[in-house]
Ligand binder design. Structure first.
Ligand code: ADP
Ligand code: SF4
Length: 704
């Protein structure tokens, strides 16, 4: 029974809706969307603005931009963030502030000078940092920063003030000075790891925090009468023994307790702060933040992948934090605050902590979310996380398969008003997610099916049929107008994927397993060689599972690191360390050559030299093939569709082309949204913004 928002009924969640001042402005509640990237940035400004607007509509009291580069001498290309280099960048930022204000949220802008983190690959300017040294980036660019002298420090302070004034003119209410995750120059000054200066900006903590103090004072003088000024710091840099540690950070806040209008505290590196659910639970930074509120009278924000309203209430009531900081929970469910306000807890689309959203930034593409397929499609496609367009002229849809693709299609089509039947071959619903959620530390992934089944359950127009393995004859006999084939995929057994394209010679006496075998309960024993040419999580997760089951494990991969693609989910270091700690032998840069009765031959990808690895069993984690047999047969019988009353049969998700779970939920969502819509034809099915050409003739800027 939803709460009547006009009633005065007391709720234990009321505390989450108490307003709180941040300097001269007041947030209407405690839901604080901390800055987060989205892979769109300056390239897709309207897409980012609409994404932020939807969060404000969903009830977030504070909504921030991603990091905004304040000056051309410090940028982090190839990563795509926002820029505020001159007035030309203002209209796109003003559009974001307006979008956020349209629902009474405070609009925040995160101003960043990247210092030792900015390689300037685009602007070709020499990077500036507190101390000279190689640029510290994900991509190890072969570039160094020059040490700032006093004139440079004065320049950087002025550039911040310029950016602050422009932020005010754009309409923002809050400025966040970014000094966390190793990405902002404030942290580079604070940390003895990156600040080895011997002038008044180096040495003692007082000296190392001088730049931060001057910056806040400069900006307060310029815009502090109308804007709240916040500082975002790392709770524990944890890089080496000179790092800006949790205890030093506490000393710093004690020393400058009321300097900013709010302290925004993030965990150490981005990897620590945005750790996946595989490695960290909700509220994981509690110990690091505990007691900090005693050091300041200013409000404190903390993050922790908060999706449980009870945990949020406890965080505030126990005096740990004042605002519930959230990036990923706000991506997975932009309407989380409204759902809490209306006691609609069962409707909360909980983040699963997979970091697929982060991969959009890391791959410089555009972000997507496993749980919320409308993320970053709000403007491009007009999708909304809560609104479903009413149904078109068709009436009935048969969905074959209840994995993430089939369930998302069913949720959306059911919500739109179609009569939907879901046929699932097995007795369990959820497809791959039902199995993968049982693997070590992946239980949160089960939220993908739990949320969708919870939403479908009350829909009288959606029926689910278990243990219903459909054939082409079945499909043609039912008479549904539309048929969606979402039959998933299965792992290959022959060793082929990326580095090996021809099936490997395998001795018939060697037991060969696939991830499907392991997930259905068949377990190898003894010494197992895992050959991983998939490079995402499955190889590492199964190595862990086999170790738990007492196997000796050697993991062979043709690339230079285990689970290489998880660099993009910020997990790779945790995975490789974990496997080494649990005694998994790791052989990199080798591909599978052949499998004998008692060993596996692997060859160096550079020299071709063969190495033999003793084995009692082999586990191939290579590639998946779509289960498209049903689709192929129905295609061949296309001339029977009309007589069977079928207007369309489409194949979606892993059955069409295997990919991570987020691709499947996206495919299910797109299928349902496109139902009864005109096909896009040869044009892109989404909007995009193309750079406006500068009409200035080249002759006017080229010197004679
Ligand atoms: P996706 O990620 O694309 O949703 P999954 O592999 O997770 O794919 O789910 C596919 C589901 O389809 C599985 O639960 C599987 O049992 C089911 N399935 C496969 N073939 C058939 C079929 N012919 N009839 C009914 N269900 C099927
Ligand atoms: Fe959460 Fe995964 Fe969505 Fe990111 S992609 S918000 S981690 S569910």
């Amino acid at each position: 029974m939803p709460l009547d928002p006009t009633s005065k009924q007391k709720s234990r969640y009321d505390i989450l809706f108490e307003p709180l001042a941040i300097g001269p402005v007041t947030a209407k509640n405690r839901f604080y969307q901390v800055p987060h990237c989205n892979g769109g940035g300056y390239r897709d400004p309207s897409a980012v603005a609409e994404m932020r607007r939807v969060k404000a509509e969903g009830g977030w009291g504070v909504v921030f931009t991603e990091q905004v580069e304040i000056h051309q001498t410090s940028e982090i290309s190839p990563f795509i963030e926002l820029r505020l280099w001159d007035d030309k960048d203002m209209p796109m930022l003003a559009k974001m502030a307006d979008a956020i204000h349209s629902h009474d949220a405070l609009a925040g802008i995160e101003l960043t000078y990247s210092g030792i983190n900015g390689p300037n690959l685009y602007t070709k300017e020499v990077p500036l940092a507190p101390t000279a040294g190689p640029i510290l980036t994900f991509t190890s660019d072969p570039v160094n920063a020059r040490a700032m002298d006093k004139d440079d420090i004065r320049d950087v302070r002025r550039w911040y003030v310029n950016a602050a004034k422009r932020s005010k003119a754009c309409g923002f209410d809050l400025i966040c000075l970014y000094g966390a995750h190793g990405f902002g120059v404030i942290q580079h000054f604070l940390s003895r790891t990156t600040n080895k200066r011997d002038d008044e900006y180096g040495g003692s903590l007082e000296n190392r925090s001088r730049f931060m103090k001057e910056l806040v004072e400069d900006i307060r003088d310029a815009v502090g009468d109308t804007m709240g000024i916040t500082i975002r710091l790392s709770l524990d840099e944890a890089f080496d023994e000179l790092s800006f540690s949790n205890s030093e950070m506490r000393e710093c806040i004690d020393m400058h307790s009321d300097l900013p209008d709010l302290w925004d505290l993030a965990h150490g590196t981005w990897e620590d702060c945005s750790a996946t659910s595989r490695f960290k639970d909700e509220a994981a930074q509690e110990a690091l933040i505990s007691g900090i509120k005693d050091l300041t009278s200013r409000p404190v924000v903390g993050v922790g992948r908060f999706t449980s309203p009870d945990t949020m209430v406890r965080q505030i009531k126990s005096g740990l934090i004042d605002f519930i900081g959230a990036a990923r929970p706000s991506i997975a469910d932009p309407f989380l605050p409204k759902k809490v306000a209306e006691n609609r807890f069962e409707d909360i689309r909980e983040c699963i902590g997979c970091n697929i959203c982060v991969t959009g930034d890391m791959t410089m593409s555009i972000s997507r979310c496993t749980q919320n397929p409308s993320f970053m499609e709000e403007w491009r496609k007009g999708w909304h996380p809560e609104h479903m367009p009413t149904k078109g002229t068709s009436q009935s849809v048969l969905i074959v398969g209840s994995g993430p693709a089939g369930l998302e299609a069913a949720r959306m089509l059911g919500g739109r008003g179609y009569d939907v039947a879901v046929a699932e071959a097995s007795s369990d619903l959820g497809g791959r997610v039902a199995k993968e959620r049982l693997l070590p530390n992946l239980s949160a992934w089960g939220r993908v099916m739990d949320y969708r089944l919870g939403q479908i359950e009350p829909m009288a127009n959606v029926s689910i049929y278990r243990e219903s393995h459909l054939t082409a004859d079945d499909v043609l006999g039912f008479g549904f107008e539309h048929v969606c084939i979402a039959t998933g995929a299965q792992w290959r057994r022959d060793g082929t994927a990326r580095f090996v394209l021809i099936p490997v010679a395998i001795d018939a006496d060697m037991p060969v397993f696939t991830p499907d075998d392991i997930m259905s309960g068949q377990m190898p024993s003894g010494h197992v060689v895992i050959y991983d040419d998939d490079h995402y999580y499955m190889g590492g997760v199964l190595a862990e599972k086999l170790r738990q089951n007492g196997c000796t494990v050697t993991l062979v991969t043709p690339v230079t690191m285990v689970s290489e693609w998880t660099v993009n989910t910020l997990e790779q270091e945790f995975i490789q360390k974990g496997l080494l700690d649990m005694g998994v032998e790791i052989i990199t840069t080798h591909k599978i050559a052949s499998v004998a009765r008692d060993h596996v031959d692997v060859s160096c990808v550079y020299s071709g030299q063969i190495k033999s690895v003793a084995a009692d069993a082999v586990l191939m984690v290579t590639a998946r093939d779509g289960n498209d047999g049903l689709w192929q047969e129905l295609k061949q019988r296309q001339d029977e569709w009309q007589g069977a009353g079928i207007s369309s049969i489409k194949i979606i998700g892993d059955a069409a082309a295997p990919a991570p779970i987020a691709w499947a939920t996206y495919a299910g969502h797109a299928y349902a949204m496109d139902m009864d819509e005109q096909a896009a034809g040869d044009e892109p099915a989404f909007r995009r913004e193309v750079a406006r050409l500068d009409p200035t003739p080249i002759s006017s800027i080229r010197k004679a």
